[in-house]
Design a protein around this ligand. Structure first.
Ligand SMILES: [Cu+2]
Length: 140
């Protein structure tokens, strides 16, 4: 009986850990998934001084756009949609989200270091999953 309890408890811990996977850390602006009927075309636009919005689409196997340029210090909000189940992550920012077809997932980050930051799929999606890469260039 005691062994069974230990097994059940450890299984629960693993399950909670798995449920948490794919969500992002608290300092990245939160992730919100919302149903969306209309998909906007991929774009990068300045919505206010120093604030950018990226409409990003994940597909098999790539991202559109595949390259984004923003000035140093920009607050960037990523609105991510997908044609198939995919993910979106940027290691240096703590952003690691999952994206499902038919919904939009939003994550935000302020880029305070210049350089190149790669984004990638965070959810195994098939043989070319590891090819799903894009690049953000933060210009000084
Ligand atoms: Cu993938």
């Amino acid at each position: 009986m005691r062994l069974l309890t230990v097994l059940l408890l450890s299984t629960s811990v693993v399950a909670v850990g798995l449920l948490g996977f794919g969500r992002q850390g608290p300092d990245s602006g939160g992730a919100i998934a919302a149903e969306s009927d209309q998909e906007e075309e991929p774009a990068v636009r300045e919505v206010a001084p120093g604030e950018y919005e990226v409409v990003l689409r994940a597909n098999t196997w790539g991202f559109d756009p595949g390259e984004i340029r923003v000035p140093l210090g920009s607050q960037v909000t990523f609105r991510v949609t997908a044609d198939d189940p995919h993910g979106f992550g940027i290691a240096e920012t703590g952003i690691a989200i999952w994206v499902d077809p038919g919904s939009e997932t939003v994550a935000s980050h302020r880029f305070t270091e210049p350089g190149e930051f790669f984004y990638y799929c965070t959810r195994y999606c098939g043989s070319s999953h590891y090819m799903m890469l894009g690049k953000i260039i933060v210009e000084q």
